[in-house]
Design a protein around this ligand. Structure first.
Ligand SMILES: [Zn+2]
Length: 435
């Protein structure tokens, strides 16, 4: 790519090129995207390295080495995208078309736009001769959307020296919202844990024409499913919610009930945001029993989706669930436990976010949030104790619009927001790594 004249043009062109590389996962095939980024960054004089567990699925790590042993900062992103059904779109999902100030294509929001902005921020700093106190690292990973072990999890384990960092900026939030007449930029500092489990109810099989000689596991499951559905989880006040309510209303909440009441008084959006952050959730979603109409099932399996607050363990969850179900002829099996990590809120990275927000939007403030979804920030928090925030500012596109477009048809990003993103990333690197 020829070097354009402004960061705005550069980020536009780079994103268009990235969208045109089809990295739909599965199968991913992220290597051409990693190579495109490598060529771009090397032309700005930045040293790059590809790390690949298999050749088709490369991760790119680029670095401006620090002059001393100051803190390190990593710009994290992923290059894979989810499937796009072209028949649902009003543009080619892999065309990267620029239309009315917006770039269209799969990944524009999740998250090739941020990939491009992070690369442009790094390249522009390198060209200016920026000498950070500690390493400034760029890491574009494969395989975030499926998480089959080719991306961030593998990098942190197999190549920890390449990606270890003190601070990290990733996807997750960054939307500008108005709450009670004031402007806030959401910044995610933690994530709920996804901890689905299977409830297997035991009985005894038999011919369906003689129910009395059998013990029907499906019928026995019914009251257990009802109990799970009726359960009202105990509410707790996590630090992220306390800080969010304090940021928005000016005073700290005293109880979960107080949180909801005050959130509703400010804006319905705020109440919607905090509701899932007050407790774990338990939702039975799948059921299977006999495979034959005339056979009474000896076992019935219920799959239950469950999200835990950061700090709650799967063991605590199992204990709570046993309390809901009481004694019975069943067993619980954890299906996975994914995420659920948090970073401190008051850190130098928070100060960097905060001072940038105030500089571009006087009177606005960052507001901490815990997100329900999983991001690769988890692997870095777990491996290195990294302070990881999800923050990519978005103020032109409303949060409701973006939420509707991510993983859906007609995904697109305003160039103004990309430009804002580059400005934030450059500012964060300068304020954290200048000492
Ligand atoms: Zn993503």
């Amino acid at each position: 790519m020829a070097v354009a004249t402004t960061p705005r043009q550069e980020v536009t062109e780079l994103l268009q090129e990235l969208i045109r590389v089809d990295t739909t996962n599965p199968p991913g095939n992220e290597t051409p995207a990693a190579e495109l980024l490598r060529d771009y960054l090397e032309s700005a004089g930045v040293a790059c390295e590809l790390y690949a567990k298999i050749p088709e699925r490369a991760n790119l790590v680029a670095r401006i080495p620090g002059r001393g042993d100051g803190p390190s900062l990593l710009f994290l992103s992923h290059t894979d995208v989810v499937l796009a059904d072209a028949s649902e779109w009003n543009a080619d999902p892999f065309g990267g078309e620029l239309r009315d100030g917006e770039i269209w294509g799969r990944g524009a929001l999740d998250m090739k736009g941020q990939v491009a902005a992070e690369a442009v921020a790094l390249a522009s700093l390198a060209r200016e001769g920026f000498e950070p106190a500690g390493d400034l690292i760029f890491c574009a990973t494969a395989d975030e959307e499926v998480g089959a072990g080719f991306g961030a999890a593998w990098l942190c384990e197999a190549h920890p020296d390449a990606v270890r960092c003190d601070y990290l900026i990733n996807e997750g939030s960054g939307d500008r919202v108005e709450l009670g007449g004031k402007a806030f930029y959401l910044c995610s500092v933690s994530e709920k844990m996804s901890a689905p489990f299977r409830l297997r109810v035991h009985g005894r099989s038999g011919h369906a024409s003689m129910p009395s000689i059998a013990d029907n596991a499906l019928v026995k499951a019914a009251p257990l499913i009802e109990a799970l559905g009726a359960y009202e989880p105990e509410r707790q006040l996590i630090p992220e919610v306390e800080a969010l309510i304090e940021t928005v209303t000016g005073t700290r909440p005293t109880s979960p009930a107080d949180v909801l009441e005050r959130a509703r008084a400010v804006a319905p959006l705020l109440a919607e945001m905090v509701q899932p952050l007050l407790s774990m959730t338990v939702s039975p979603t799948m059921a299977s029993a006999s495979q034959k109409r005339n056979v009474i099932p000896a076992a019935c399996d219920i799959v239950v989706d469950s999200r835990l607050l950061p700090g709650t363990t799967p063991e605590e969850q199992q204990e709570i669930v046993r309390g809901i179900l009481g004694n019975g002829d069943y067993e619980l099996t954890s299906l996975e436990s994914h995420g659920g990590t948090r970073s401190e809120i008051r850190t130098p990275l928070w100060d960097a976010v905060s001072s940038w927000v105030e500089s571009v939007d006087p009177g606005a403030k960052p507001a901490p949030v815990c997100v329900a979804g999983f991001t690769d920030s988890h692997w870095f928090r777990q491996a290195f104790g990294t302070v990881a925030y999800g923050f990519f500012p978005s103020r032109v596109m409303p949060i409701e619009t973006a939420a509707r477009l991510i993983h859906s048809a007609n995904e697109r990003v305003p160039v103004d927001d990309l430009d804002l993103g580059v400005s934030f990333l450059r500012s964060a690197a300068k304020s954290l790594l200048s000492e």
